[in-house]
Every structure is written in structure tokens, then in C-alpha cells.
Design a protein. Structure first.
Length: 277
């Protein structure tokens, strides 16, 4: 049969996955709060019932009352400001150096030969164990705190950026070269998008290491900072202030991680990863 007598079979319709509903996403966010709130409630009940001695672990309500008092008289704000300043400076120094060296080692063969071996060797040294040597080198002032934060932030960013660059499929780079893209264009359109997921992971790990380093640094001859506040409270057996300091560090780390994750979602809109079911 010819022409009009033959009807073309319709193309199969491939069902598209239903978009995530805002209501379901909101419910999931609230569901993530269930276990933390349950733990805090159990802690409060145990403390009020006398199962947890107040001198060992005060109730959450007591810790919050202490935090409100210190925030009202301005004490907490002063210490928090200085801790944030040290963390920001350390992240800027350590992260900037890690970006430069990680890119050089990942992109250039000469950089890989000259930069990566000493960095790999230094990675085996616990940077918090270098405190006695750092005291000799930079003293016990602000430089020690910033240096510790910078060391804590350097290695996660460096190694994740290095791995992110090296894990890029070389065929994509060759395809970009074949399409006429120059070195700068290949770096922008192929290397940078391919390394960004690993870089964001490195940033998240670096922020956690930075706060951990700051806790140690602020306990060495500090006059301000959340770590100093905790050390001073320990001398006077003020357990509620010590727990408050730990809570502040935890909230700062959580807020920093959420900020990085938000930036990651906005930047990597093209990526479609596996979603939990």
C-alpha cells in the first residue's frame, strides 16, 4: 500500500517523573527535626527528674537561660564576633592557598610533581599536634588561632579540588578541544563544572575542620572567643556555660554547612543526583 494508506504509528509516550511537590518537601524538612527535638526533650526530662546531675549536665532550659543572660549583657556577642573573625580569616587564608595549589597540582604536570608530594607528606601530620611548634613559630597571639584554622581548612579543600579535577573524563576535554574551545574556554566550560561538586564537598569538610581547630586555638592564651569563654567557665565549674559554648559551636557549624549546601544547590542546578526514597 502507498502513501496515505499507511498510517504512521504514534511515538511512544515516555512518562515524565512527577515534580517534587513543595508540600512534600516542607513535610520532609519538618520530619528532619523530629529526632533532634526528641533528644532535647529526653535530655530535659532526664535532667528535671534528677537522672542527670546538674553539675555534670544541666537541663537544656538552664543552658538556654544562661545563653539569654549572656546575650542580653553583650558578653556572648563579643566572644562570638571574635570567633567568627578568626574563623573567617583562617578560612580565607587556608582556602585561598588550597585553591591555588590544588588547581596547580591538578591542571599542570609540573605543579603535580612539585606541589603534591610535600602536601601528601604534610597530610599525615595531625595539625592540632603542631600546636607546640606553631607557638614557637608564630607565638601565642591571634596568629596562632588563624594559622590553626587555616591548616584545618587547607587539606580538605586541596585534596577534594585535586581529586575533582583529576576525575574529569578526559574525553570531555578532548571533545571540547575538537569543538574549537581554547584553554580558557575548556577550563570554564568543562573543568570548572566538573570539579565544582568535589570542591563544595571540600568546603563542607573544611568548615567542620576549621571550627574544630578554632576550639583548640581559643584555649591557648586567648582573651576573647567562645573557646575562651568555655575555658573560663571550666575554672569556675560553670557547666551551663561550657555546654552553651559547645552548643554555639554546633550551631555555627550547622549554619555554615547549610549555607554551603544552599550555594551548592543554586550553583549546581544542572546536576541530577540520586534522591532518597
Amino acid at each position: 500500500m502507498s502513501g496515505p494508506a499507511l498510517a504512521e504509528a504514534p511515538a511512544p509516550v515516555v512518562p515524565r517523573p512527577a515534580p517534587r511537590r513543595p508540600r512534600a518537601a516542607t513535610a520532609r524538612r519538618w520530619r528532619r527535626l523530629v529526632s533532634p527535638l526528641a533528644l532535647v526533650l529526653a535530655w530535659e526530662v532526664a535532667a528535671r527528674a534528677g537522672l542527670l546531675p546538674a553539675e555534670k549536665l544541666p537541663a537544656p532550659s538552664t543552658v538556654l537561660a544562661t545563653g539569654w543572660r549572656l546575650a542580653a549583657d553583650g558578653t556572648l556577642g563579643v566572644h562570638l564576633r571574635d570567633s567568627l573573625t578568626r574563623a573567617a580569616l583562617g578560612l580565607l587564608v587556608g582556602g585561598g592557598l588550597a585553591l591555588v595549589l590544588g588547581a596547580a597540582a591538578g591542571l599542570l604536570r609540573l605543579g603535580d610533581d612539585l606541589v603534591d608530594p610535600p602536601v601528601q607528606a604534610a597530610r599525615m601530620l595531625p595539625h592540632l599536634g603542631l600546636v607546640p611548634l606553631l607557638i614557637i613559630w608564630v607565638g601565642i597571639g591571634e596568629s596562632l588561632k588563624v594559622t590553626l584554622v587555616a591548616l584545618g581548612a587547607f587539606f580538605p579543600i586541596y585534596f577534594n579540588l585535586y581529586a575533582g579535577i583529576r576525575d574529569i573524563d578526559e574525553r570531555l576535554v578532548e571533545a571540547a578541544r575538537t569543538c574549537g574551545l581554547g584553554p580558557a574556554a575548556r577550563l570554564r566550560h568543562v573543568v570548572l563544572p566538573g570539579a565544582l561538586p568535589a570542591l563544595f564537598l571540600g568546603l563542607r569538610l573544611a568548615i567542620g575542620a576549621a571550627w574544630l581547630s578554632l576550639v583548640v586555638g581559643e584555649q591557648v592564651n586567648a582573651q576573647t572567643g567562645v573557646g575562651f569563654l568555655m575555658m573560663e567557665a571550666r575554672e569556675f565549674s560553670q557547666t551551663d556555660v561550657v555546654v552553651l559554648g559547645l552548643l554555639v559551636y554546633a550551631l555555627l557549624g550547622l549554619a555554615s554547612d547549610l549555607l554551603i549546601r544552599f550555594a551548592e544547590r543554586r550553583t549546581l542546578t544542572w546536576r541530577r543526583g540520586l534522591r532518597a526514597t
